[in-house]
Design a protein around this ligand. Structure first.
Ligand code: LRH
Ligand code: MN
Ligand code: MN
Length: 386
C-alpha cells in the first residue's frame, strides 16, 4: 500500500460519535434560541443523527443522555437506531439537574442523596444492558462554592466509594469513562477537577475504568495533547468529548476555535497507537445560534481534517530531525502536515465510500431540513434538560 492509500484506509475506518443533545435546543445558561424542525423525541434525534452518518459516513453511533432520552423500552430504541442505520453509543448519566443535587450527588454529605445518585447510575448500566452500549460516561457536577463548605477529603472518600459500587455493577465488555472538568457549576472546589484525579480513581478501580478528556474542560493554555499522551501511555485514555472553547466550557463546534490544537491532539492519538484502539471519539456540543445538523456535519468534517493532517505527518523525517536536535526542521515537518490542504483527499475518500464529496452541500440539497421543519410541528421540542 502506498502511504497515501494507508492514510485513506485509516480515514475510512474513523468513527465519530454524535451526542443526542446536540440535535435538540440547547446551549448557554442564558437564552436558548429555539429552532424549527428540532426533534421532539429521542427517536427524532436518532433520525437526525442518521442523516449526519449518511452524509459523512463516519458517524455511526449516537450517545444518549439519561433522563433527557428517557424511553420505556431501550431495546426498542436500539432497534429503531439500527433500522435507521446507526447504533446507540455511550450512555451519559445525569446527576446534576435535580434539586436534591444542590450540594452534590455521589459526593453529597447526605447518604440518602448519594443513594439516589447511585441508583441512577445503576439504572444507566441497566440501560446499557438493553442497548448493548459499551460505555457509561460519568460526569459529576459535584463540588463546593465556599472554603469550609464541606470536607474536601471526605468528598473524595465518598466519590471512591460510589465509583466502586458502579464499577462492580459493570458487565463483561462494559466500561466506565470518568470525565473531569476544572470548574462549573462549582466555583471553589470540584470533586473531579482534572485528569490526575480522574486517573487516580480509575487506576484504583481497574481496567474497566478509563478517563475521558473533554477538550473544553481545561484551564486556558493547558497542553491537552500532553494529557492525551500521558493517559495513552498509561493505558487509561477511554475517550474524548470533542468541542471548542474560547473561554470556558463553550461547547462550540470542535475545530472551530483552535484547529491546530485538534491536530496536535490527533497526532498524539496516532503516535500513541490510539487511533486503532478502543478510544471513543465523541462530540459534546451545543448549537444555540447555528443550524444543528449542519453544525454537527461540519464538526465531524473538522475531526476528519485534523485526523488526515495528523496521519500525513512524516514520522520518519520527524524522528530524524528530533534525534538530530534540529528544532526548526522538526517543527517544520509537523507544520508541513498541518498546513496541507486535506480537503481534496477527504473528498476522494468520501467518493470511494460512495458518498457525495461535499457533505454540507449534499445535506442542504437533500430536502431533510425542509421536511423536518414541515413535519415536526406540535409537541414539545426536546432540549437541554428535556
Ligand atoms: C459537562 C458535560 C458532560 C455532560 C455534558 C452535557 O459540562 O461536558 O459531558 O454530560 O456536558
Ligand atoms: Mn463532556
Ligand atoms: Mn462540558
Amino acid at each position: 500500500m502506498t502511504e497515501l492509500a494507508a492514510v485513506k484506509a485509516a480515514l475510512k475506518t474513523q468513527a465519530v460519535e454524535t451526542p443526542s443533545w446536540a440535535y435538540g435546543n440547547s446551549g448557554t445558561r442564558f437564552k436558548v434560541f429555539t429552532q424549527a424542525g428540532v426533534p421532539r423525541t429521542p427517536q427524532e434525534k436518532l433520525a437526525d443523527a442518521a442523516q449526519v452518518h449518511a452524509f459523512t459516513g463516519v458517524a455511526p453511533t449516537v450517545a444518549l443522555h439519561i433522563p433527557w432520552d428517557k424511553v420505556d423500552d431501550y431495546g426498542a430504541l436500539a432497534k429503531y437506531a439500527e433500522d435507521h442505520g446507526v447504533k446507540l453509543g455511550a450512555i451519559n448519566s445525569n446527576t446534576f439537574q435535580d434539586d436534591d443535587y444542590k450540594l452534590g450527588s455521589i459526593c453529597h454529605p447526605d447518604a440518602a442523596v448519594r443513594r439516589k445518585a447511585l441508583d441512577h447510575l445503576m439504572e444507566c448500566v441497566d440501560i446499557m444492558d438493553a442497548t448493548g452500549s459499551r460505555d457509561l460516561k460519568l460526569w459529576f457536577a459535584d463540588g463546593t462554592n465556599y472554603p469550609g463548605q464541606d470536607d474536601l477529603r471526605g468528598r473524595q472518600d465518598r466519590l471512591a466509594e460510589g465509583l466502586a459500587e458502579v464499577y462492580e455493577r459493570l458487565g463483561d465488555g462494559q466500561r466506565m469513562l470518568l470525565e473531569y472538568k476544572f470548574f462549573e457549576p462549582a466555583f471553589y472546589s470540584t470533586d473531579v477537577p482534572d485528569w490526575g484525579t480522574a486517573y487516580a480513581h480509575c487506576l484504583k478501580l481497574g481496567d474497566k475504568a478509563q478517563v475521558v478528556v473533554d477538550t473544553g474542560h481545561h484551564a486556558p493554555g493547558t497542553n491537552i495533547e500532553f494529557i492525551v499522551t500521558t493517559l495513552l501511555r498509561e493505558g487509561k485514555l477511554g475517550g474524548f468529548d470533542f468541542n471548542s472553547r474560547f473561554y470556558a466550557d463553550d461547547d462550540l463546534m470542535v475545530g472551530a476555535a483552535d484547529p491546530f490544537q485538534l491536530f496536535r491532539i490527533m497526532y498524539e492519538v496516532i503516535r500513541g497507537g490510539g487511533f486503532t484502539s478502543d478510544i471513543a471519539f465523541m462530540l459534546d456540543q451545543c448549537h444555540n445560534i447555528e443550524a444543528k445538523i449542519p453544525a454537527i456535519i461540519r464538526s465531524v468534517m473538522n475531526v476528519q481534517e485534523a485526523t488526515a493532517k495528523a496521519l500525513l505527518v512524516d514520522r520518519d523525517a520527524l524522528g530524524a530531525a528530533q534525534r538530530d536536535g534540529d528544532v526548526l526542521e522538526a517543527n517544520a515537518v509537523l507544520m508541513d502536515a498541518y498546513n496541507t490542504d486535506v480537503r481534496p483527499l477527504l473528498a476522494e475518500v468520501r467518493q470511494e465510500l460512495g458518498l457525495d464529496a461535499d457533505p454540507m452541500g449534499a445535506y442542504r440539497r437533500s430536502g431533510w431540513q425542509e421536511r423536518i421543519v414541515a413535519e415536526r410541528v406540535g409537541g414539545t421540542q426536546a432540549g437541554w434538560g428535556a
